[in-house]
Design a protein around this ligand. Structure first.
Ligand SMILES: [Zn+2]
Length: 84
């Protein structure tokens, strides 16, 4: 079981990316794009984005993640998201 605690910088970058309708964040140091993940509430596996809800101006307002280990779908709170 893996527990990921997002850093404040990651959370801020994720909020900014979602507000502009993006699901990846470019690392300012390397230029490498990192994707948004959340841990499955059932088993702690890293779950990728499965569905999104868009609001005004294409902003992403809700992320549904799907766990590759158990198949559970769950809505992830922004604070629980992290980059990998
Ligand atoms: Zn799971």
């Amino acid at each position: 079981m893996s527990i990921h605690a997002p850093s404040a910088a990651d959370t801020a970058a994720i909020r900014q990316a979602l507000a502009s309708g993006q699901l990846a964040v470019a690392d300012p140091a390397t230029g490498y794009h990192r994707s948004i993940w959340a841990d499955c509430p059932g088993d702690g596996h890293s779950a990728g984005t499965w569905r999104i809800v868009r609001g005004a101006g294409h902003a992403i307002t809700e992320l549904t993640m799907r766990c590759p280990a158990c198949g559970q779908e769950f809505v992830a709170a922004t604070e629980s998201l992290y980059l990998r």
